[in-house]
Design a protein around this ligand. Structure first.
Ligand SMILES: Cc1cc2nc3c(=O)[nH]c(=O)nc-3n(C[C@H](O)[C@H](O)[C@H](O)COP(=O)(O)OP(=O)(O)OC[C@H]3O[C@@H](n4cnc5c(N)ncnc54)[C@H](O)[C@@H]3O)c2cc1C
Length: 307
């Protein structure tokens, strides 16, 4: 989907925290995908522990001057704008000295380098900021309240991404059932193999559960205007389900499943071999499964904090 980060998480954060001028400037072009957005959160030493990030922004007249490095930035190579989390008060406790800036990726001093993934593509990037000047009007939310803003973005990401993915998963399971009739297993069609049938039915049922979870998340957003920690349930569920689904596909296709796009015998032009490799990242992106389980333990179940 074009501009998925703008539509799914950054646009909603601008609606929640932005000034009227920011909403007017950015939202229409997010909706039309005229401006593509990326999310500059992770750093080489700040992923799960995001609040440890070191990219700094120093106030200089009407500008913040940004220096530092981000990593794993999806769509950094194509992004027009970036929601960037920076440290504006190095002396404050780590969660208190952060600010979110909206950065024009064409600004002087921004460098984007590709990172090659095991799928062969370079969907995400490293980004370097050297004395990048960002007007103070581009602060999103309050200065030094960036943790709050960034966590909201992550909650929108976890609470709404399943809606975008559900039709894709549904299409994949329907296609897989079709292919199971064509591929052979133990001398007959894979669709007749009892274990394969059970696994396909299990995936089908779980994709329906994913839809229900998404409706629950939307009910919460509709009622309160903001996603809740339950979004973490959906995030774990879809990411692990996607890995199970791709695993079943590989079991059905046998060695053909490993052939990459471009090979004349690759199944569906290689989308399944690509999917198998790409889903490994699902349980890492938008916060790892371990981190989601900690959030559910503490904020949903009321257990003591684990760290
Ligand atoms: C496909 C993909 C796309 C991404 N896109 C973006 C993007 O657009 N923008 C962006 O900013 N980032 C992006 N990321 C980065 C992603 O958010 C981080 O990789 C993720 O938060 C984990 O951080 P890390 O890689 O530094 O691993 P670490 O935080 O170093 O974690 C390493 C391991 O330790 C575990 N761990 C760490 N802390 C704890 C804890 N407290 N309790 C239990 N276990 C723990 C983790 O679960 C993991 O298994 C993307 C990542 C991937 C894979």
């Amino acid at each position: 989907m074009a501009n998925s980060l703008g539509l799914g998480l950054i646009g909603p954060t601008i609606i929640a925290f932005g000034t009227e001028a920011q909403k007017k400037r950015f939202i229409p072009k997010i909706l039309s995908a005229e401006e593509i957005w990326c999310q500059g959160f992770s750093e080489p030493n700040a992923g799960s522990d995001l609040a440890s990030l070191q990219t700094e922004a120093r106030l200089d007249g009407g500008y913040y001057v940004v220096n530092g490095q981000k990593v794993w930035t999806s769509y950094g190579w194509v992004g027009n704008w970036c929601e960037l989390v920076v440290r504006t008060d190095p002396n404050a406790p780590k969660h208190k000295g952060l600010t979110v800036l909206l950065i024009d990726m064409k600004s002087l001093g921004v460098e984007v380098r590709p990172l090659r993934q095991m799928t062969g593509e370079s969907e995400f990037n490293e980004m370097f900021f050297r004395d990048v000047r960002v007007p103070v009007e581009n602060v999103l939310g309050k200065v030094n309240d960036g943790w709050n803003v960034a966590v909201s973005t992550l909650m929108f990401e976890r609470g709404s991404y399943g809606a975008r993915l559900h039709p894709l998963f549904k299409r994949n399971i329907n296609r897989l059932i079709e292919l199971a009739r064509q591929f052979q297993k133990n001398g007959h069609a894979a669709a007749q193999d009892l274990l394969t049938r059970q696994k396909l039915a299990q995936c089908y049922a779980e994709i329906e559960i994913m839809r229900m979870n998404q409706l629950r998340a939307f009910s919460r957003i509709t009622a309160t205007g903001a996603p809740g920690p339950e979004g973490s349930i959906q995030k774990i569920f879809w990411s692990e389900l996607n890995q199970r689904l791709q695993q079943v596909a590989q079991e059905i296709f046998g060695p053909f499943g490993q052939l990459l796009g471009g090979d004349s015998q690759a199944v569906d032009k290689g989308i399944w071999s690509y999917g198998y490799l790409r889903t490994r990242g699902n349980t890492i992106e938008a916060g790892t499964s371990e981190v989601q389980r900690s959030i559910i333990g503490h904020f949903v179940l009321g257990l003591p904090k684990s760290y």
